[in-house]
Design a protein around this ligand. Structure first.
Ligand code: AHR
Length: 522
């Protein structure tokens, strides 16, 4: 079966490429037309964002080991993780949650560490949280990674004053009780904080609010979050749970409410077999492999449904959709704390990442940020740690390979590809997106979802001529291959040579279950 999965075809521009294909007498089953001379929206680098919650061993052990640890560290932050995150070009890091943010009182996490309040992390395992990692430690982490801070304020159990003071403590250069407190704690200059979320999942763990109630509360909180000393906040209102377009409607319809935020969040997880009997991260058959990707592709429909609402009230697309939690959510690894959400990461997760990032790229005009859940040791992580060992997951490699799209301009594509079917269900076998960067280099990212079949994709490149191609490939021996502490390099990118470029047509031979990123230079 052959299907066109793209929404648009720039017929005039494609006329040339069709004739090239016909001239070469090619019967193209899998074709990706790339229109190189009409770049579109900028793909915000923030689409490649990450998320770190006080959950399991994400912060404690995974990032923060403390100054006195035997694990090599910089200001208490483990060096191996730090270096790996620098390589990844992390644009922003969301913190401190998640549901933890709905219980977090920031003043517990400042001042001398020995004097900080211990609390119980009620959402995640009931463990004692000693608050040794707080505002200063997080801001140091972002400085060392070289990324922006994305702070999630507490609407669920916090006060307006508490949130307002946090913004003042972080960003004000004036003389005030908050800025004096910051200075007493060792930080003279204010930080810059742009991304600030006004609540998390307020339809759930953030207070079980209705959309209307949250809309009003958000207006009250947001009114009190000031832009100090040249700092400009990008306020992210708590958005819908998955498909709940009514929530989006409620926030968007009233101009007064709309004026109170710059972005709306969206959370969507792919949970194979449902929340009550989640599938395993490593032990799965082809049915679950397929089902994972079918669920992953749903994010496209979900984004479209919220975009439709947003477009009605904001046709100029001034408000961003920020998908600040996404990814595969599997059963925890056997023998681990169920409240810690620790899961392994396979080639399946790598393809999941490729599907999502390609879809976010395609929605670059509205999706202005996204944060995979979560950065280390939790859910679909890019890094796993165990004591002093660290491993980069297949998802890490996809983020690194796709980082070429950050702040590049989206190129129109038209993808026609064979379906991948299981029983009555079908999904595309290929996912793709393309962009051009400010040096004029074109990058095409593709994945072949089929675990048992090579796929050749013919890519007419329309409008510009390129002479040189290079590429990287991520694939694996098995569907469930993963990197362990004993064998950390089972799934690792290699140079890719399975392509030809002739007469403006790039032909790419993709191995089964693979992710490929190509670079085209004039
Ligand atoms: O990422 C794990 C949890 O999932 C977050 O804390 C919460 O916001 C979501 O429900």
């Amino acid at each position: 079966m052959k299907k066109s999965y793209s929404l648009f075809l720039v017929l005039m521009l494609l006329a040339g490429s069709e004739s090239i294909a016909q001239k070469n007498n090619q019967l193209t089953v899998n074709q990706l037309v790339v229109v190189a001379n009409h770049p579109g929206a900028v793909i915000s680098k923030d689409i490649y964002g990450h998320f770190s919650e006080h959950l399991g061993t994400c912060i404690y052990g995974g990032i923060w080991v403390g100054l006195n640890s035997k694990i090599p560290n910089t200001y208490g932050i483990r060096n191996d993780v730090l270096f790996a995150l620098r390589e990844l070009k992390v644009p922003n890091l969301r913190w401190p949650g998640g549901c933890f943010a709905d219980t977090y009182h920031w003043k517990d996490g400042i001042g001398p560490q020995s004097g900080r309040a211990s609390i119980v992390n009620t959402y995640w395992g009931g463990v004692t949280e000693d608050n040794s990692f707080g505002t200063h430690e997080f801001m140091k982490l972002t400085e060392l990674i070289g990324c922006e801070a994305y702070i999630n304020g507490n609407v669920g159990s916090g006060t307006v004053r508490e949130m307002a003071e946090w913004v003042e403590y972080l960003t004000s250069g004036s003389d005030s009780p908050m800025t004096r407190l910051r200075k007493e704690n060792g930080r003279e200059e204010p930080w810059k904080v742009r991304l600030f979320a006004v609540g998390n999942e307020n339809w759930g763990c953030g207070g079980n609010m209705t959309a209307g109630f949250y809309g009003n509360i958000m207006r009250q909180f947001s009114t009190n979050l000031n832009n100090y000393s040249g700092n400009q906040l990008y306020r992210v209102a708590c958005g819908p749970n998955g498909t709940d377009v009514q929530w989006t409607e409620e926030l968007m319809k009233d101009p007064g409410t709309r004026a109170m935020f710059q972005g709306i969040s969206l959370h969507y997880y792919s949970v194979v077999n449902g929340w009550e009997s989640k599938g395993s991260a490593t032990k799965f058959d082809e049915r679950e492999w397929f089902e994972t990707f079918r669920l992953n592709f749903e994010i496209d429909n979900i984004i479209r449904s919220h975009e439709a609402v947003m477009d009605r009230y904001d046709p100029g697309k001034t408000k961003g959709l920020i998908v600040d939690e996404w990814g595969n959510w599997f059963a925890v690894e056997p023998g681990t704390n169920p409240g810690f959400l620790y899961q392994q990461n396979t080639m399946r997760d790598a393809i999941t990442a490729a599907i999502h990032l390609n879809i976010f790229n395609q929605h670059a005009d509205r999706v202005k940020g996204a944060n995979i859940a979560q950065i280390v040791n939790v859910l679909q992580s890019v890094i796993l740690t165990k004591d002093d060992k660290m491993v980069l997951t297949p998802t890490y490699h996809v983020f690194r390979m796709f980082s070429v799209h950050q702040n590049a301009r989206l190129l129109n594509i038209d993808l026609t590809c064979e379906s991948y079917t299981k029983g009555e269900k079908e999904i595309p076998s290929v996912t793709a997106s393309a962009s051009v960067d400010n040096e004029g280099k074109v990058h095409i990212s593709l994945a072949n979802l089929n675990p048992g079949k090579e796929i050749t994709v013919t890519c007419p490149i329309v409008g510009e001529t390129y002479k040189k191609v290079s590429g990287e490939l991520l694939t694996s021996p098995e569907m469930n291959s993963f990197n362990s502490f004993e064998k950390p390099d089972v799934v690792k990118p290699v140079g890719f040579t399975g392509y030809t470029l002739k007469g403006g047509i790039l032909t790419v031979n993709m191995p089964s279950k693979s992710v490929v990123v190509l670079e085209l230079v004039k």
